[in-house]
Structure formats: structure tokens, C-alpha cells
Design a protein around this ligand. Structure first.
Ligand code: AMP
Length: 227
């Protein structure tokens, strides 16, 4: 059964690369009937469409660095102003710096902001990221061993070809994790201090369904209602 958000909420999925944000976000988006906004997907879309924004962002993405705050913030605030976000949205990969979090708060004053922290150790992330496969068209995420597509390299959902992201290599991931710990980890404290954080351990749980149930449970204290 789907649910709806009684009060408009911006639900932030916070956590390191490979923690499963991109796997659970589409399902959560469908369940809550609010859009899934992934900044990484938006940048990859711009890159595919060969826009100037895509070209600029790619320079940072390839090195495992963060795209400058002003560029990301403008892109996200623009997207949030679209009508499908009026009841809320799921933010995947944003904010990633304290400056982004403060900006989000100052621009979104009509919605509750809460964060779900996907907790996982660096060791497990290497295994997950280097085996990850993504769909070129619908952005669905798979894993060669843990969550393989039914047909090799073909998306179950839209039958497009799967690919490995250029930044999903061991070398780039090392840099991405360094950047994550330095710039994004402080957001755990930032949202915790505001009583806006719930934590989910994504390592010790057996199945993706268990994790999804944990996510729904973590949102329960707020305002989910059957639709
Ligand atoms: P993701 O798909 O979330 O792993 O993002 C891929 C890459 O896009 C990141 O490694 C960054 O280079 C860039 N990116 C995505 N979101 C942000 C953000 N909020 N701030 C800065 N850079 C970002």
C-alpha cells in the first residue's frame, strides 16, 4: 500500500556513495508519491545532453570531487520550484556540505526537512561500488553479485543497456570517500542537533526489503498516512 505525506516534507537521504540511497530512493518516491531528485543523476543527464553545466560538472565528477556549491544549489532550488515538488520530495545526494544544508533551509521554508542517514563502513562500500551497474535511461541501480539484473547488462525495468559509471572505480571512490568524510559527515551532526535525523544501519540488515521497511519505520514517527 502506498502512503502520502500529511505535511510537505523534504526527505534527505544522507550517506556515503554505495550505501544504497539510489537503490531505495525510487521505491520510496513511488511509495510516498513525491519525486526523487538525485543531483548525481541530474548532472549525468546534463552530461548526456552535452550542456555547459554538464561539461563543468563532469570535470569534478571524474576526479571524485564535489561540484562547487553555487552550481549545485542553483540546480536543486530550480528543481524544487517545479510543481511536482509541492507535497515534498526525496533528495538523494544533496546536501553534501554544510553550506548546501544551510542554503536549503533558508530557501525551503514551507516544508519539514528531515534526513535519513544510511550508515555503512568504507570496506563494504568498495565492494558495492566496484560491482555497481546503472541504467542509462531510467537510472535504476543493480549490482553484479548482490542484485544482478535478470538478463546480463539489461535493465529489468526498461530493457536499456546497463553501464558502469566512470567514477565507480577504486581510485575515484577512494577520493569520493575522503571528500565524503571531510565535507558530508558533518551533516550527520547538523541534522541530529535539530532532531531531524534518523539512522539506519545498512550493513547488518539481510535484505533490501528489510532496509526499506526500516526506512518506512524511521519515517513513521512523522506524518505518513495511508492514501
Ligand atoms: P552521486 O551520483 O550522488 O554519487 O554523485 C556523483 C557526483 O556528482 C559526485 O561525486 C559529485 O562530484 C557530484 N555531486 C552530486 N551531488 C553533489 C552535491 N550535492 N554537491 C556537489 N557535488 C555533487
Amino acid at each position: 500500500m502506498n502512503a502520502s505525506l500529511e505535511t510537505p516534507q523534504v526527505i534527505i537521504l544522507l550517506g556515503p556513495p554505495g550505501a544504497g540511497k539510489g537503490t531505495h530512493a525510487p521505491k520510496l518516491s513511488q511509495h510516498l508519491q513525491v519525486p526523487h531528485i538525485s543531483t548525481g543523476d541530474l548532472f549525468r543527464y546534463h552530461l548526456k545532453e552535452k550542456t555547459t553545466l554538464g561539461e563543468i560538472a563532469d570535470k569534478y565528477i571524474q576526479k571524485g570531487e564535489l561540484v562547487p556549491d553555487d552550481i549545485v544549489i542553483d540546480m536543486v532550488i530550480d528543481r524544487l520550484s517545479e510543481s511536482d515538488c509541492k507535497n515534498g520530495c526525496i533528495l538523494d545526494g544533496f546536501p553534501r556540505t554544510t553550506f548546501q544544508a544551510v542554503s536549503l533551509e533558508s530557501k525551503v521554508t514551507d516544508k519539514i526537512i528531515k534526513a535519513i542517514y544510511f550508515k555503512a563502513s568504507d570496506e563494504i562500500l568498495f565492494e558495492r561500488i566496484t560491482g555497481r551497474l546503472c541504467c542509462k535511461e531510467c537510472n535504476a541501480v543493480y549490482h553484479k553479485s548482490f542484485f544482478p539484473p535478470k538478463e546480463q547488462d539489461i535493465c529489468d525495468k526498461c530493457q536499456s543497456t546497463l553501464f558502469q559509471r566512470k567514477d565507480d572505480t577504486k581510485e575515484v571512490l577512494k577520493k569520493r570517500l575522503e571528500v565524503y568524510h571531510l565535507q558530508t559527515d558533518p551533516l550527520i551532526h547538523f541534522y541530529d542537533k535539530k532532531n531531524a535525523l534518523t539512522e539506519i544501519n545498512v550493513e547488518n540488515t539481510n535484505s533490501l526489503e528489510d532496509i526499506f521497511q526500516d526506512i518506512l519505520f524511521s519515517l513513521k514517527e512523522t506524518t505518513l498516512s495511508p492514501s
